[in-house]
Design a protein around this ligand. Structure first.
Ligand code: TYM
Length: 329
């Protein structure tokens, strides 16, 4: 059976981009594949979270994962830092990862630009840790959004390199995967770019309806089409993309037609979009609230997840250590 793995950094609440990029199809497939889903808390250290916040961030993301429909009995749901085999494999993979290729990674270049005072080695080797996350379970399918495509390419490269270097077939090559659909990029509300955690342009799964309406009504638009067949600007295309994921096909078609014949009123589109987002997020939000404070349940879930994840990870690590030449005295 194929192994599927996906992860999310614990640096903030889950947003619609995370859901449609990495979670939606996973929830559907968790009963048909060997599935791993984890919270990347080591990855969150690149931005130096306060010790007092770290645990709460992980707990929040865990509750949000569960609220989306992840079944911890069917899938293995765990916290990265509960699995020491991951940093051990990361250390070994780092020996075969080269400065030039790491410096050329787009995500590294972006981060180095965003946080020029904190260009740490963890940022540089971020794709190596990601590769370790994936190949420690020999995963072949990795549901991610479009933004992670290059990191997946790196993971493939590191897996292949290990095999070639030692003349073995320890690791299969993982691929970015969205269950037959294109990898998606969910846009933000500020007119350009993707929905993100840090950019303040996102709608969170745990967000209350009032705040969703306010954000959507404030989304960037343009001055509207003036002649039939006017090209669609990026901010408007972004709103259509959001309609595409949360609204019915009829609603999308209605506003597309109104755009084409220049009768569109952006206020109407936004009102509809906000209501459709609320209809989608409301049940998830209710579940988040009911799960978040159930520490006993959350504790049970992560302990079970850690046990299952370590069983799988330690098996791979044993093979890796043997391949490299470590032997017991
Ligand atoms: P992170 O936490 O930034 O995002 C988690 C997942 O959500 C997807 N995503 C999006 N998809 C579409 N549109 C968007 N606007 C959008 N924003 C986020 C991401 O593509 C990702 O799939 N490095 C990873 C976490 C990670 C990981 C891994 C993922 C660590 N190890 C191993 C997969 C496999 C990250 O920071 O994702």
């Amino acid at each position: 059976m194929e192994t599927v793995l996906s992860g999310i950094r614990s640096t903030g609440n889950l947003h619609l981009g995370n859901y449609f990029g990495a979670i939606k199809n996973f929830v559907k497939m968790q009963h048909e594949y060997r599935c791993f889903f984890f919270i990347a808390d080591y990855h969150s250290l690149t931005t130096h979270p306060k010790p007092a916040d770290l645990h709460d961030n992980v707990r929040q993301v865990l509750a949000e994962y569960l609220a989306t429909g992840l079944d911890p009995e069917a899938a293995t749901l765990y916290v990265q830092s509960d699995v020491p085999e991951i940093p051990e494999l990361y250390l070994m993979l780092n020996m075969n990862a080269y400065l030039g290729e790491l410096e050329r990674t787009t995500t590294f270049k972006d981060k180095a630009r965003q946080q020029p005072d904190n260009v740490n080695a963890g940022l540089l080797t971020y794709p190596v840790l990601m590769a370790a996350d994936i190949i420690i379970h020999k995963a072949t399918k990795v549901p991610v959004g479009k933004d992670q495509e290059q990191n997946l390419e790196m993971a493939r490269k590191f897996a292949r390199r290990f095999n070639t270097m030692y003349g073995v077939e320890v690791f299969p090559e993982p691929e970015a995967f969205n269950f037959g659909e294109q990898l998606v990029k969910i846009p933000g509300l500020d007119g350009t770019g993707k929905m993100g955690k840090s950019d303040g342009n996102g709608i969170y799964l745990a967000e209350d309806p009032k705040s969703i309406r306010k954000k959507v009504m404030a989304a960037v638009t343009d001055s509207g089409p003036t002649v039939p067949g006017s090209p669609v600007s990026e901010p408007i295309q972004n709103l259509f993309t959001l309609l595409e994921v949360v609204s019915t096909p009829d609603t999308l078609a209605h506003f597309q037609a109104a755009y084409a014949d220049c009768t569109i009123r952006y206020g109407d589109l936004k009102k509809q979009l906000a209501e459709d987002i609320i209809r989608f997020t409301e049940p998830i939000r209710e579940r988040i609230v009911s799960i978040r404070d159930d520490r006993e349940y959350l504790g049970k879930v992560v302990r079970m997840g850690a046990e299952k994840a370590r069983a799988s990870a330690s098996q791979t690590l044993r093979e890796v250590r043997e391949t490299i030449g470590f032997k017991p005295f």
